[in-house]
Design a protein around this ligand. Structure first.
Ligand SMILES: Cc1ncc(COP(=O)(O)O)c(C=O)c1O
Length: 331
């Protein structure tokens, strides 16, 4: 093999073999990828790659969203696609295809994965074209879909509850918190900081000193007088899970488990004094927070509302108008 200095120069013929060698053990969790650059779906992890000149890679000029396949059905995919479209507009990205076509590609990639339970993540990017800043040089915007299996949330998260700390990482300013862009540096750091302190996750406090959200999850609480409280959505991401759970929670109001549901600014003092605290997102669903900065929330045990909301969420993923069957290949 030719060398430049101490570094091999890899021939075009050799690249395929090198890509195959680079597939690591965890790639068994990567089931199918659609790439607009390739113009189709690949199921071999060796080819689940991006061009480095895609502005998503070197400028973060891209947005994404993540839905789920639950028991062979796509759950809330339309709500997740709507949020992607909102993010796309805010990030001033062009769609490479019409929304109906994006949706069809997502469904087809899910089907090609043959997975009955998996995460479905997709990105719209300014696309490849060079290493500048503005999208003017990009040849066309790009679209990618990845179907992957994430490690399941441990059962003890629900049975024992989670511990959080107040994050010292600055929350994104409201505009950027509301766009689901590929800049997740603060979100990564908030989890790392929490783990450093023996906690499961962190709570971002917003620019006014109010409760914001968590790493890639929303936070809510239940007051001692039975009100489900969630911060207003003007400075945080509008979680698809929490929006649905707020709807499902109406059933708990109707049966007298909750007195009311209120979405409005949430002070740290009100949340710390809650009977229950909850963390919600597509990955974790609804889990109880039992400790914040070393202090118990309520009696320090998972509470009944967290349990009931999780049960409602589970029922919703089994039978509801939020499900689309995945048209798996029959061969
Ligand atoms: C910053 C942030 N907040 C909240 C959420 C929860 O949103 P969802 O319920 O759609 O997963 C996410 C995940 O997408 C997120 O990244």
């Amino acid at each position: 093999m030719p060398m430049v200095g101490a570094t091999p120069v890899i021939s075009t013929e050799e690249v395929g073999a090198r890509l195959r060698q680079a597939v690591h053990a965890k790639a068994v969790n990567f089931h199918a990828m659609y790439s607009s650059v390739l113009g189709g779906i690949v199921t071999d992890p060796a080819y689940m790659v991006l061009p480095l000149d895609d502005h998503m890679v070197h400028r973060g000029h891209a947005v994404f969203d993540t839905a789920m396949i639950v028991n062979g059905q796509l759950y809330q995919v339309d709500a997740h696609i709507e949020r992607l479209l909102r993010s796309t507009e805010m990030a001033r990205l062009q769609l490479p295809y019409a929304p109906a076509q994006l949706r069809q590609i997502i469904i087809d990639t899910a089907a090609a994965s043959r997975q009955r339970n998996a995460s479905v993540r997709y990105w719209v990017s300014a696309g490849p074209g060079g290493f500048g800043l503005g999208p003017g040089e990009c040849v066309t915007s790009s679209f990618y879909v990845m179907i992957f299996t994430a490690p399941p949330e441990p059962e003890r998260s629900y049975a024992e509850g989670l511990k959080v700390i107040t994050s010292t990482i600055p929350i994104k300013p409201p505009f950027f918190a509301r766009v689901k862009s590929t800049n997740y540096l603060p979100n990564v750091l908030v989890v790392m900081e929490a783990k450093d302190h023996g906690a499961d996750n962190g709570v971002f406090i917003d620019h006014r000193g109010l409760v914001g959200e968590s790493s890639n999850m929303n936070v809510a609480c239940v007051t001692k007088d039975g009100v489900l409280r969630h911060p207003a959505f003007d400075a945080i991401l509008s979680g698809i899970t929490v929006q649905r759970v707020l709807q499902l929670a109406e059933q708990l109001v109707a049966q007298g488990d909750l007195r009311a549901i209120r979405v409005a600014d949430l002070s740290v003092a009100e949340a710390r004094d809650a009977a229950e605290m909850l963390i919600l997102g597509s990955s974790i669903k609804v889990a109880p927070i039992v400790q914040w900065d070393g202090q118990p929330i309520g009696d320090g045990q998972p509470g009944p509302i967290a349990r009931k909301l999780l049960a409602l969420w589970r029922a919703d993923t089994t039978a509801s108008d939020q499900l689309i069957p995945v048209p798996y290949p029959t061969d």
